[in-house]
Design a protein around this ligand. Structure first.
Ligand SMILES: *Cc1c(COP(=O)(O)O)cnc(C)c1O
Length: 374
């Protein structure tokens, strides 16, 4: 298809022909009259299928929807043979590192934890591994992994998986760079309005998608059809939402970088960010997530979250509203090395000057702590 991604987000998966509804229906039936392939609600659903069709087309593979992003991750991990080795990011979405640690602790698999921004380390760890798992940009350190380099280094027959949640299908299509499976928490940018949980896994190989379908059917982590409807509706506006949020994020990253209360900004769009070169090659934009560290200690950073008024102190990301959170408040994030004052900012679509004045006033305690230190 010749159209650009922005267009396909709007036109993809629409029913054609006279009288065809433009909007997707929400199919709520749990059972179907016998005589066709679809018999029961866990087998499939027309609303999931509509979402899966559009996402699969955008990413260049076959998509399977799950009840949450983590349910999609768990189903993908099911492809690792018993006792097999997974190369995984030392720092990544903490729900996922928890999922790996739980499997490791019962001997289900072995994990080789690596810094995924270090392509050499990924390449060395990949030898003999059944699966290489990248998350890029990573949550919350904004590390950028080189997908093509990992593809070149891994063993034949292994699976290369990319959690592309922060990038969305608009900014990064990992299958084009050699990935076998792409995972999204559609709870975030795809849904985009903080009103649903849903996960997606997209496979280059139809056989791998079939295997994921089997896992979903057997284990039961199905999405709700209303959630699938909302995710598809959210996806239609991803282009405009992300355009605004990304432009806000670029501006805020530059201003935070020059702020006297901020010691470090992590945003791949900054020219001196360690991930800038790879992100520029691999992505069609730097996204709307950024992290920064304040001067002072964890209490100073917490005070910033308490002072914001336009931005909301809450977990999650990828919605129209800006959210801020100190990630090291989670034990598993401290375990994977998240700095104590790191604040993750999911930049929304509000006016950038309102976001900036809010951040600037909220950073006052950190300014004072910096002055005290001097
Ligand atoms: C949120 C998130 C997940 C988990 O998704 P849920 O929908 O919350 O289960 C996985 N990966 C990344 C990068 C995330 O940010």
């Amino acid at each position: 298809m010749a159209e650009r991604v922005e267009t396909r987000l709007v036109t993809g998966g629409r029913a054609h022909g006279p009288g065809a509804p433009l909007g997707q229906s929400v199919t709520m039936s749990s059972t179907y009259r016998l005589g066709a392939e679809l018999e029961y609600g866990r087998d499939g659903n027309a609303t999931w299928a509509a979402l899966e069709g559009v996402i699969g087309e955008l990413e260049g593979g076959d998509a399977v929807a799950f009840g949450s992003g983590l349910a999609a991750c768990a189903a993908v991990l099911d492809a690792v043979p018993g006792g097999g080795t997974v190369v995984a990011p030392r720092s990544a979405y903490h729900g996922f590192t928890d999922q790996l640690r739980a499997r490791e602790s019962v001997g289900r698999l072995t994990v080789r934890w690596v810094d995924i921004a270090d392509a050499q380390a990924v390449a060395e760890a990949a030898s003999g591994a059944a699966m290489v798992w990248l998350e890029t940009p990573s949550n919350p350190l904004m590390a950028i992994a080189d997908i093509a380099a990992a593809d070149a280094a891994r063993d034949p027959g292994s699976l290369l998986v990319v959690d592309s949640t922060f990038a969305t299908p608009l900014l990064q299509r990992p299958i084009e760079h050699g990935a076998d499976i792409v995972v999204h928490s559609a709870t975030k940018y795809i849904g985009g309005h903080a009103d649903l949980l849903l996960g997606l896994a997209i496979c280059r190989d139809p056989g791998a998608a079939e295997a994921l379908w089997e896992v979903r059917h057997r284990e039961g982590a199905i999405p709700g059809s209303l959630e699938a409807f909302l995710a598809l509706r959210g996806l239609r506006t991803l282009g405009v939402r992300l355009e605004r949020a990304q432009s806000n994020a670029g501006e805020l990253a530059a201003r935070l970088d020059a702020h006297p209360a901020v010691s470090r900004v992590r945003y791949p769009g900054l020219a001196d960010d360690p991930g800038h070169a790879v992100a520029s090659r691999q992505m069609d934009g730097y996204g709307a997530m950024l992290s920064f560290e304040t001067l002072g200690d964890a209490a100073t950073a917490d005070a910033v979250c308490e002072r914001v008024r336009v931005i909301t102190a809450a977990t999650s990301l990828g919605g129209i509203e800006s959210l801020i959170e100190r990630r090291a408040r989670y034990a598993s994030e401290r375990l994977s090395g998240t700095p104590p004052t790191l604040l993750r900012l999911s930049v929304g679509i509000e006016h950038v000057e309102d976001l900036w004045s809010d951040l600037d006033q909220a950073l006052q305690p950190a300014v004072s702590s910096g002055a005290a230190a001097r």
